[in-house]
Design a binder for this molecule. Structure first.
Ligand SMILES: Nc1ncnc2c1ncn2[C@@H]1O[C@H](COP(=O)(O)OP(=O)(O)OP(=O)(O)O)[C@@H](O)[C@H]1O
Length: 650
């Protein structure tokens, strides 16, 4: 038997060996990590290469084995004469079996990209869509065209659900498109097992995922159940996935590809320019009564006999405006999240059938509006972001004919919206993008929208279809803001010393020597209009010379104004800051809007049947999005209202 000392000694020796092994393990782990990183980098290069190779193909070609069928189906079943830009590319790519993501603006015609291929090849196309009402609309219009389609949601009667499940097992089914919600897919084991059966019988033709940005947490409509869709490419590797979205940011698109496990897929992206939409900013009066006067004139004269939407940002406003307009003899429906689903769909239908000229709605009225002839979208209050504005205004003119997008803007609305944005998202940058769009009077509105989508549109892309470009007598004057900056800074310092917080309104009052005397400055009232004063405050917010400071009460969130990081530059002797003065351009409230004739850009649109790589729109973005077009037909995105179909089998 060994002595204790010997045993201790031996333990030390073993410890030494263990240390050596640990060190070897660490070294090997390091090598393993390096190899994993190298492998990931190689894989990413391979994906990139595959994606670039895919993008270099002219997918809009007309020599595919299915071309004749595709054209016949377009004409005979969908009764359409031409493809809109990128539709044919998307159709050819998915029919070739490629995983594809299609990014097209709202109303550009994404649905056709999966509905048409579904009829050209045998088998079933599964369409995953987040909105029950949208699916219902689509199935209804497919049935009108004698296209066998079905949907399966939690609200479907039991027999319909059973029938839909049977379709997946039935080799003789005539059904070509089966619509399901992501929740149904994620939570129904029966659905998934039947889908596997359908696949093993060789009948699962394609999986289309509408609003595919809902996969990504970076997107504005994240839906947790969309994450589940990542298993589809592993379960059915040979079945092409076709994702569709109107959200264009590269961050979201990369995330979507990762989540769906299709990193090397083809991304087909249209430009976001909507050439048939005329953009206009109108000065918003202070009182609701005056707002109603403007809206009344617009509805009675400018948009006589036309259908449109008035968006506002609160339920209260939607009710007040709707009732005010009704009292003025107009046929108006109200739509907001306070109403139950039945009432909302009644209003939607009445508007759809032109019983109502306009619907006054909060953004609850959004996703899934498929009315092609919306001739005007009026924003009574600014949207929360440029993206939202693009989506909401984009509901106009989906038929490609001229339509108008009018925004009523005044400074106070910034703070109504910013309190909401701050409470929900915390990031005001996107709202300020919207403010910049409204207060900039010397830059084409389209150019400002293009900036948001990382695109670069020239003046040809606008074709005088915004209030700035169409104004022949545009004011290009600038105003120096140096002394105003210093005065505003001193007013805020003075209020601080008195332990008083200033709202934008109070700051404006103090600047114009109105309101409490102790808050006013010592100088003269500025020799400018109060409206210009409001623009200056908004401009200084957008440019970070002023910032908002939010305080919460039991009933509301109040926005106060503080000095921003850039205001310290105002003390420098060589400080210079200029703001272009906005001029409200002419807009006839009481004459008919120009008629809905095809614009040149539209004509280009509808005759475009093959890929045109000589785009005049230069995409700055180079995120695997090589196919770009300059003349997309009539995005967003989308309202925030999503009806979740959350019933599972269990
Ligand atoms: N090639 C075409 N020619 C003429 N009209 C078309 C064409 N393709 C689609 N449309 C019409 O354009 C309208 C919008 O199509 P669709 O609903 O597919 O748009 P979308 O891109 O899915 O929009 P959203 O993002 O709002 O869902 C529909 O009325 C549709 O019939």
């Amino acid at each position: 038997m060994k002595s204790a000392v010997e045993l201790e000694k031996e333990i030390k020796l073993v410890d030494g060996e263990l240390l050596k092994v640990d060190s070897e393990i660490r070294k090997l782990k390091k090598v393993q990590l390096q190899l994993q990183e190298r492998k990931a980098a190689l894989r990413s290069s391979l994906d990139q290469l595959k994606s670039e190779t895919l993008s270099s193909v002219d997918w809009a070609g007309t020599e595919y084995e299915w071309t004749l069928d595709v054209n016949n189906t377009l004409h005979n079943v969908f009764k359409l004469n031409y493809f809109r830009p990128q539709q044919l590319s998307a159709i050819n790519s998915t029919l070739s079996g490629q995983h594809t993501i299609v990014v097209m603006p709202t109303g550009a015609g994404k649905s056709l990209c999966y509905q048409l291929p579904a009829l050209v090849k045998p088998g079933i196309t599964i369409v995953i869509s987040p909105l029950v009402s949208l699916m219902e609309d689509q199935v209804r219009s497919l049935k009108i065209r004698n296209i066998p389609a079905m949907l399966m949601t939690s609200t479907s009667p039991k027999e319909e659900t059973q029938a839909a499940l049977n379709v997946l097992k039935d080799k003789d089914t005539s059904i070509k498109l089966l619509y399901v919600t992501p929740e149904r897919l994620a939570k129904s084991k029966r659905f998934m097992s039947n889908l596997q059966k359908c696949h093993s019988d060789g009948r699962l033709q394609r999986i289309a995922i509408d609003e595919v940005h809902c996969c990504s947490q970076w997107g504005h409509d994240f839906r947790p159940d969309y994450k589940f869709l990542g298993i589809l490419s592993n379960m059915f590797p040979k079945v092409p996935i076709l994702g569709l979205t109107a959200t264009a940011t590269s961050h979201v698109l990369n995330d979507v590809q990762k989540i769906l496990n299709i990193p090397a897929c083809l991304v087909i992206k249209s430009t976001f320019n909507r050439p048939n939409l005329f953009y206009k900013i109108l000065e918003k009066p202070t009182s609701q009564e005056e707002c109603l006067n403007i809206l009344e004139k617009l509805l009675k004269y400018r948009y006589k006999d036309e259908t449109g939407i008035i968006y506002t940002n609160s339920i209260k406003d939607s009710e007040e405006l709707a009732s005010g307009l009704r009292k003025r003899g107009l046929k108006v429906g109200c739509y907001n999240a306070n109403m139950d689903a039945k009432d909302r769909s009644k209003v939607h239908l009445k508007w759809h059938d032109k019983h109502y000229q306009t619907i006054v709605a909060t953004v609850a009225f959004g996703m899934g509006i498929d009315k092609p002839d919306v001739r005007f979208v009026i924003h009574h209050t600014i949207s929360k972001t440029m993206e939202n504005y693009y989506q909401e205004s984009g509901r106009a003119g989906r038929d490609g004919l001229r339509a108008e997008c009018v925004t009523l803007y005044r400074m106070q609305d910034i703070f109504k919206v910013s309190a909401m944005v701050f409470s929900s998202v915390g990031d005001l940058g996107h709202l300020y993008g919207m403010v910049k769009y409204c207060i900039t009077g010397n830059i084409c509105r389209r150019k400002l929208i293009a900036e948001h989508f990382n695109e670069d549109w020239g003046s040809d892309d606008c074709n005088k279809m915004c209030d700035v470009c169409s104004e022949t007598n545009l004011n290009t004057k600038e105003i120096n803001l140096e002394s105003y900056c210093r005065t505003l800074s001193s007013i805020i310092d003075n209020a601080d010393q008195q332990d008083t917080k200033l709202t934008a309104q109070k700051l404006l009052d103090a600047w114009f020597l109105k309101g409490p005397v102790n808050l006013r400055h010592n100088g003269k009232s500025p020799a400018i209009s109060r409206t210009l004063g409001e623009d200056i405050i908004a401009f200084l917010l957008v440019e970070n010379y002023l910032i908002e400071d939010f305080h919460f009460t039991a009933y509301s969130t109040i926005s106060y104004i503080k000095k921003g990081p850039n205001i310290e530059f105002a003390q420098d002797s060589d400080f210079s800051l200029k703001m272009p003065i906005r001029k409200y351009t002419t807009f006839e409230l009481e004459s008919r809007a120009p008629s809905c004739t095809l614009t040149n850009a539209n004509i280009k649109n509808v005759t475009q049947t093959s890929n045109n790589k000589s785009s005049s729109s230069k995409m700055k973005e180079n995120n695997k999005t090589k196919i770009t077009m300059n003349d997309s037909a009539p995005k967003p995105k989308k309202s925030k209202l999503i009806i979740i179909d959350d019933e599972s089998d269990s």
